[in-house]
Design a protein around this ligand. Structure first.
Ligand code: UT7
Length: 331
């Protein structure tokens, strides 16, 4: 992927932030007809974090960004570009990235949002790495921040048990040669866009009294079709990303998949023949945090010592679009 003149780019710092409030499966039993047993067996989720009234994608993202900047050992003013992956922005516009730019004091940094659902962080990491490799910027902050609790129909048991709120962030900078992003695979299939979306509020169906009464501003999903897509997309995309840098599954020290559902992770791992010990999961504690899921997992894996310098780490994700994204990193 890299020509000889390009700089190596990778994760220089990583951080995460989770809201304090915990919503357990037992709490959900009081909201909809469901059970701890059903949720646990079908998804592997025990509890998730829920943002307070005042918390937004920007406030969560800011907390994670500050952690990542500290971890990288740089100052906020060293950040030259901010990419925020979110499908739950504070506003339609301006970009949530601009709010974070102001909040962290990254004076004059370029800032924009990526709206690619759960795959957004890996898309952002790939874009940021290219910017650094080609010398456009030295430090790019990539944030995944989502507050899906504010876009969920809390009477729909098919969706409300699955999601949680959170944010994760990474500083992408020039690093030692042969480290950082080695290969990637990103793509989409828009013919499947109806399977996972928020129907109203955009130019297709602007907000009206009707759309509010129909609860058309909350997320809808065809769970079983998304499930099938997810297993295929994550395993095929992982293979392509590894192929892009001449590596194989056995070279990988740790897989960090999108934390959507334990059954999806297990099925994808089976297709790839990856032993479960080499897969990092925390879906049990946080549910599906959308674009935040991979950076939160990476930050936790790093903190727990599950990733060491030189390890090959693969992140793989699927999400709205429908889309997929995988990247291979030498840590
Ligand atoms: O980033 C977005 C990613 N989205 C996902 O990761 C979702 C992918 N899909 C899934 O993870 C699974 O499809 C679900 C966990 C959403 C559902 O699991 P499933 O094994 O596909 O169940 P199902 O949709 O086929 O439903 C089985 C039954 C149904 O009952 P009937 O209609 O067969 O009588 C559902 O009504 O389970 C029922 N059900 C529930 N029961 C208790 C659905 N949701 C619940 C619930 N509690 N929360």
């Amino acid at each position: 992927m890299r020509g000889s003149k390009l700089r190596a780019a990778g994760v220089k710092g990583i951080g995460a932030y989770l809201p304090e409030r915990i919503l357990t499966n037992a709490d959900l039993e009081k909201l909809v007809e469901t059970s701890d047993q059903w949720i646990l067996e079908r998804t592997g989720i025990r509890e998730r974090r829920i943002a307070s009234k005042d918390e937004t994608a920007a406030t969560l993202g800011t907390r994670a960004a500050i952690e990542a900047i500290k971890d990288a050992g740089i100052n906020p003013t060293d950040v030259q570009c901010i990419i925020t992956a979110t499908i739950t922005p504070d506003y339609f516009f301006p970009a949530t990235a601009c709010l974070i730019q102001d909040a962290i004091g990254a004076t004059g940094a370029a800032a924009f949002d990526l709206l690619v659902g759960c795959t957004g962080f890996v898309y952002g990491l790939v874009i940021a790495s290219q910017m650094v490799s080609y010398g456009a910027f030295d430090n790019v902050l990539v944030i995944g921040a989502d507050v899906l609790s504010k876009f969920i129909n809390w009477r729909d048991r098919h969706t409300c048990v699955l999601f949680g709120d959170g944010a994760g962030a990474a500083v992408i900078s020039q690093i030692d040669d042969d480290y950082g992003l080695l290969g990637f695979d990103i793509g989409s299939d828009g013919s499947l866009s109806k399977l996972l979306r928020i129907e109203a509020g955009g130019s297709h169906r602007p907000a009206s009294l009707m759309t509010v009464l129909e609860e058309a501003h909350s997320l809808t999903m065809n769970g079983s079709e998304v499930f099938k897509f997810a297993v295929r997309a994550m395993s095929d995309s992982t293979r392509r990303a590894l192929q892009a840098c001449g590596l194989d599954v056995e070279h990988v020290s740790l897989f960090v998949p999108h934390q959507a559902n334990m059954r999806i992770v297990r099925a994808a791992a089976e297709r790839l023949q990856i032993p479960i010990e080499r897969i990092f999961t925390n879906v049990e504690k946080y549910g599906n945090t959308s674009a935040a899921s991979i950076p939160i997992a990476l930050a936790e894996a790093d903190k727990l010592g599950r990733i060491k310098r030189g390890d090959i780490v693969v992140c793989t994700s699927f999400g709205g679009g429908l889309s997929w994204a995988s990247c291979v990193l030498r840590w």
